[in-house]
Design a protein around this ligand. Sequence first.
Ligand code: SF4
Length: 382
Amino acid sequence: MQAIDGQNRTVDTVLLKVASRCNLDCGYCYVYHMGDDSWRTQPKLMSDEIIKHVAVNLGAQYRRQQTPFSVVLHGGEPLMLGATRLARLCEALRAELPHPCGIHVQTNGVLLADAIIDVLVAYDVGISISIDGPAVVHDRFRTDHSNSGSHARVTAGIERLTSRPDASPLFAGVLAVIDPSSDPADVYAALKATGAPSLDFLVRDGNWDQLPFGKATSDAVEYGRWLSGLLTLYLADPAPPRVRILDDMMRLILGGQSQKEGVGNTDYGILVIEPDGRIDKNDTLKVAHPGADRFEKAWSILTDPLEDFLASPAFDHYYRQQRTLADQCHNCADLAICGGGMVAHRWSAERGFDNPTVFCADQRHLIAEMRGVIARMAAQAA
Ligand code: SF4
């Protein structure tokens, strides 16, 4: 979201949760394995009735704010909608949100059959696929409900997509969750081999009470070291894809702006609409404690005009949460690059969100590496 005159807020990203269930059962998933079982109360799929309300409301918001925004189809696994309902959804959204508004899907790739790809092509839907690296890394956590690895099915889906000249331009990128015990060289090579134009990486979720997987202590820098290794590979690659997290941080060090939440000082409130039409906060907040992604009043796209929600004190408080920083962050030389990290990763039962991110040491390690690289480049160029 962006502020207009510090008051009315414009939408820039809508996460549309069109399916509450997933065909995979990844061990680290914050939706199903972080103690918040609210997905059980949601309908399995977004109904046509809700789709109609969502499209009409988002269309009204677009006409009101007159700046384009993106809708990301999310889940669970959004392609569980099936080709027919997916087509109805995309048709309804496109009728209200013409270009330059974007429609994207974040998928695990397993259900990327030709009939689904036909729909994505017809409505110009950008496709981002979750894959964690080569099979030995990916299959450790990205398993199905029978505990079988999904790597072969994901890569088959990617191949179906990239083999079609009409569909391959829609391939926006891949998204990997970092296993800090893996070799970044193996992961980088495997992700680059997919042909994706852009790679992005997420850390494993956690907080001060529940350290993220692979982090021995809060002061340890396993993720910082892993990302520094990735940085070295990236900079040495003569023909690299984009690597969003590294690009964002380097750009921030050089005085530019980030493009996505989690680093920097730009505001990225994410509007989340659940399958039943309920409006929630960024769902990654589930990793703090059950219900952390819920507003006190249950807002719904069925009954509440979006403009009322965006103007509400509840939304204002949520919007400011990213910038509500611990003292340690206010006094930190790396604040403009780090931004205090994702809100969900700041949580402790004792202090609530009034902490630096639990990845603070990793952030400082990586930023120091980046500053060193930039200084060496500057010295060579001088
Ligand atoms: S989380 Fe750590 S590195 Fe980031 S701004 Fe706060 S103190 Fe600085």
